[in-house]
Design a protein around this ligand. Structure first.
Ligand SMILES: Cc1cc2nc3c(=O)[nH]c(=O)nc-3n(C[C@H](O)[C@H](O)[C@H](O)COP(=O)(O)OP(=O)(O)OC[C@H]3O[C@@H](n4cnc5c(N)ncnc54)[C@H](O)[C@@H]3O)c2cc1C
Length: 447
């Protein structure tokens, strides 16, 4: 009999199974492919990479995803072991031979004496036992409906409409100012909750022209048929409807006054706080299908964003994900049904590595609970802990959208708070790895 059931054998489910079985528990991993396929997967391998073959930067000292790689290696990650074994030349990035990588993960799990793999679609969630749901952005329709029923109306999204997110310390406050529209009081009592960026008429018209000319990514066939775009249009689609459409939409200037000129600008871009630390701000209403390089180029023409650093760029995709800050506790359990734990992209992280990282934590938490041991979360100063903290409470629930790991999620502490650029990143990384060692040590002592 299995101690833990894991639904979904993607990046997160495979890593969760490895971690839980590594703690000595009997695990059943339920994967629906090849019985039932998704719109993006091509094979029946576990941990298939559906698009790019890159795990992004492998620089653990200067890049948050590189740091996450390193933390996962130190925590015994199967996904990282297979990635390292099948890596391809890609400069500072970790790119992998996708077939070799997925075959290695599949073999390791198939050969594991404590893991059983069941090829079946799960459509109902068990009412008891230890369960990890890791069915990803393309969760099957039947299970998606079941999760929506259990989590309640409006807490499961079926697509993401991501507006770019900017590091606050890269915004030029000689131009930007804080104000809420009509100085209206927000839920937190503030009347200056937004960062505002003003455009005069020539700047606005040049911006609209750049949006129209900018290179876009194509909608996939199955994305075209998803009936959501009218309610959440990409800005370039709005811009194409008329010169003033954006000025009457997300760039409307009404109720705002540029304090330096004491006048209402022709158009305004507003940024809304995106995490409790106040380090990340999202561009309100700026979901877009512009290519990433084009977003950086065009958005840096907005006054105040000349040197903007983006924690993530905009996008619009099919994606099933929970409002985790509202629904999940700090150990990834559904508050309303704590025997159900979630992992991977469905928890609102974004990316292969982040999905696997949350799988790693879910597997460890589930194993600790089954063994009646204390499950200690990684410190918030580590990449694992920062990511976990973001999705389970650090992010604003009302505007929650999927997030990559980035240094904006890390608490600034001590001297790292006064540092800038490379020095700051390196100090945050060094602190993370030291704190991780203490966490891994505590866990090993407990085991
Ligand atoms: C089209 C697309 C392209 C992407 N490209 C990239 C990229 O280039 N780089 C990047 O870093 N991230 C990318 N992502 C985002 C994300 O990193 C990946 O989707 C990643 O695979 C998520 O890992 P996961 O384990 O959460 O889900 P998945 O890896 O998708 O695993 C979920 C598994 O659950 C199975 N499943 C679903 N429903 C059921 C069910 N009811 N019963 C049993 N099994 C089920 C699926 O078959 C699948 O194997 C992309 C996402 C999509 C949708």
């Amino acid at each position: 009999m299995s101690d833990i059931h894991i639904i979904g054998g993607g990046l997160a489910g495979s890593e969760a199974a490895w971690q839980a079985a590594g703690a000595g528990l009997e695990v059943t991993l339920h994967e629906m492919r090849p019985v039932q396929n998704t719109d993006a997967h091509q094979t029946d391998s576990l941990a298939e990479l559906v698009c790019s073959n890159s795990f992004r930067s492998d620089d653990a000292q200067n890049n948050a995803v590189g740091l996450l790689h390193e933390e996962m290696r130190r925590a015994g990650s199967l996904v990282m072991r297979a990635a390292d074994a099948h890596k391809l030349p890609a400069g500072g990035a970790l790119a992998v031979d996708r077939h070799g990588f997925a075959a290695a993960v599949t073999k390791a799990l198939e050969d594991h004496p404590h893991i059983t793999i069941a090829r079946e679609e799960i459509t109902q969630l068990p009412v008891r036992g230890q369960v990890i749901v890791a069915t990803g952005p393309l969760t099957s329709a039947a299970l998606g409906a079941e999760i929506a029923r259990i989590t309640g109306t409006g807490h499961l999204a079926f697509f993401d409409a991501i507006a770019p997110i900017i590091h606050r310390d890269s915004i030029n406050f000689d131009i930007a100012w804080f104000q809420s529209r009509y100085d209206k009081e927000g839920p937190g009592g503030g009347v200056a909750d937004y960062i505002n960026l003003p455009l005069d008429r020539p700047q606005y018209e040049a911006f609209v022209a750049a949006l129209l000319a900018g290179e876009k990514t194509d909608f996939k066939e199955w994305e075209k048929s998803t009936p959501y775009f009218e309610a959440c249009l990409p800005i370039e689609v709005m811009a194409a409807r008329g010169l003033d459409t954006l000025r009457f939409g997300p760039m409307k200037p009404v109720g705002l006054k540029d304090p330096r000129k004491d006048e209402r600008p022709h158009a305004v871009v507003q940024l809304r706080q995106d995490n409790k630390l106040g380090t990340l701000w999202n561009m309100v209403g700026f979901q877009t299908k512009l290519k990433y390089a084009e977003q950086v180029r065009i958005f840096r023409t907005i006054p105040g964003l000349e040197n903007a650093e983006f924690a993530r760029l905009g996008g619009l995709h099919r994606n099933t994900f929970l409002n985790s800050p509202r629904l999940l506790d700090s150990r990834l359990r559904l508050r309303a049904a704590p025997h159900l734990r979630f992992a991977g992209q469905i928890t609102g992280v974004e990316g292969y590595v982040e999905s696997a990282a949350i799988g790693l934590l879910a597997g460890r938490f589930a194993a600790a609970e089954r063994l009646e041991r204390e499950s200690v979360a990684p410190p918030a100063t580590t990449a694992l802990g920062a990511l976990l903290g973001h999705i389970t409470g650090g992010a604003e629930a009302a505007s929650f959208q999927p997030m990559n790991v980035n240094f904006g999620l890390f608490p600034d502490l001590d001297k790292a708070g006064r540092m800038r650029g490379k020095d700051r990143k390196q100090a945050l990384s060094a602190r993370a790895l030291a704190d991780l060692a203490a966490w891994l040590g505590t866990r090993q002592a407990a085991e």
